[in-house]
Design a binder for this molecule. Structure first.
Ligand SMILES: [Zn+2]
Length: 440
């Protein structure tokens, strides 16, 4: 049976149970308004995060709190690409009739389809690079092969502009140089991967791992590098960053002890998944663990300048950052937060002063949502590894985001009925794309 086409035959109207993520600025609903009643979006994009694929059996995570379905993540990625393509093609068909009527200013989505697609970090798993049984690195070719498995699927997308943000698992698997230049799969002799296939690369055209782009004259998209300050900032088998390691040791006694007992850790890079790093860390101090990182001083100044200019020019802003920025999206533990979330949050709130409409994160596979006093939404995307209801016609988690004059409308699917973004009644089958709306 072809599971990939389930969501094409949608019947049951979606109904949401009263969800706890509703606030005055946020709402979810099962309505699927006819697009003909509304002007076309200013721009739109596809969105998913944490595919974290590995060709390995399902298992629970390090702390035992979640079952990760590593191979099934590829099915979700395939569903996502097919869904994005439906949006893309459906709109391309109208191109001819609209060619002559396009007016300056608002760009017609009907002539553009999906403008870009974001994968918000962690494309393949640490285990593609490291064997935790034998405590040693695997051959580089293994990670390449598994990245190719993912890229072959993403390469089927009609939209050719992909933004891959940087997550911790990128740094376990690739060098920083590769993430900037692009991972060359052909060089590794991956025969199956097409000559002109999509390149996996986290940097901008200019080679920056944090950057801004303007999909519309009144909108700015900012990509942050939350691993600017990270023990892994140099990437696979380049040695740990000693400055970041000292910072981590200062804030985490477990890491400090581990490094004392394993003085070769800078070379072996044996940190994540190796010792009980959360032990005795209270509250938000849970963020001081090896797999998190921070935004460096230069990047923070750059962010400040970008938001200042957006505020002055009355631009609206969307931010993508693999790590979480708002503590209230982390269920109190802080375990998935940026090391210096407080500095980044202060810049977003004080300098941005409401011009940032949404900060999209990943990393915390169960997802999360919070809306602050300024109406900025902090949305944590769910991981395809946790998808549990695909056989009931739930293809997610992923969504298409439509940016309009008066709203940012996320239309998509959650990981299960318990999804925080797109919840549905338990047992309900074949739900249409649900909505999470950010009013502007
Ligand atoms: Zn992550």
């Amino acid at each position: 049976m072809d599971r990939r086409t389930h969501h094409h035959h949608l019947k049951a109207p979606a109904r949401c149970s009263s969800s706890d993520n509703k606030t005055d600025k946020a709402s979810t609903s099962g309505k699927n308004p006819s697009s003909s009643l509304h002007p076309p979006p200013l721009f739109k994009f596809g969105l998913l995060a944490d595919i974290q694929y590995c060709d390995t059996d399902d298992r629970t995570n390090f702390s035992g709190s979640q079952v990760r379905r590593y191979r099934n993540a590829l099915n979700v990625a395939r569903n996502a690409v097919e869904h994005f393509n439906l949006h893309h093609h459906e709109l391309e068909e109208d191109t001819t009739t609209l060619n002559n009527t396009t007016t300056g200013g608002a760009r017609s989505a009907k002539t553009r389809g999906i403008d870009f697609i974001v994968h918000n970090g962690d494309i393949i798993d640490h285990q593609c690079a490291f064997d935790f049984q034998t405590d040693s690195f695997k051959p580089i070719s293994e990670g390449r092969r598994q990245l190719a498995d993912v890229m072959e699927i993403l390469d089927q997308s009609a939209c050719r502009e992909w933004i891959f943000t940087i997550g911790n698992h990128e740094l376990y698997n690739f060098t920083r140089r590769e993430l900037i230049d692009g991972v060359d799969l052909k060089k590794e002799g991956i025969e199956s991967y097409s000559k002109d296939g999509l390149t996996f690369k986290c940097a901008s055209e200019d080679g920056d791992l944090y950057y801004a782009k303007k999909p519309h004259e009144k909108w700015k998209v900012i990509i942050l590098n939350p691993y600017d300050v990270s023990i892994y900032s140099k990437g696979r088998e380049q040695g740990l960053d000693e400055e970041a390691l000292s910072l981590l040791r200062k804030h985490n006694p477990n890491a400090d002890k581990w490094c004392d007992e394993n003085p070769d850790v800078v070379q072996t890079e044996r940190m994540s998944g190796t010792f009980p790093y959360f032990k005795d860390l209270e509250g938000l101090n849970g963020r001081w663990v090896p797999f998190n990182g921070g935004v460096g001083a230069t990047q923070l100044e750059w962010l400040r300048a970008e938001l200042k200019s957006s505020k002055e020019n009355e631009e609206k802003v969307l931010i993508f950052c693999h790590l979480l920025v708002h503590p209230k999206t982390t269920s109190g533990t802080g375990r998935t937060l940026l090391w210096n979330y407080d500095e980044v949050l202060e810049v977003i709130q004080k300098v941005g002063d409401g011009c940032v409409k949404c900060v999209f994160s990943g990393h915390q596979h169960e997802g999360g949502v919070h809306v602050d006093e300024l109406g900025t939404h902090f949305v944590v995307l769910e991981s395809p590894m946790l998808a549990s209801d695909e056989d009931k016609g739930h293809p997610g988690p992923f969504c298409v985001v439509e940016v309009n004059e008066t709203s940012v409308l996320m239309k998509g699917f959650g990981r299960s009925f318990e999804s925080r973004l797109f919840p549905y009644e338990e047992g309900l089958e074949n739900v249409e794309a649900l909505e999470y709306k950010i009013a502007l």
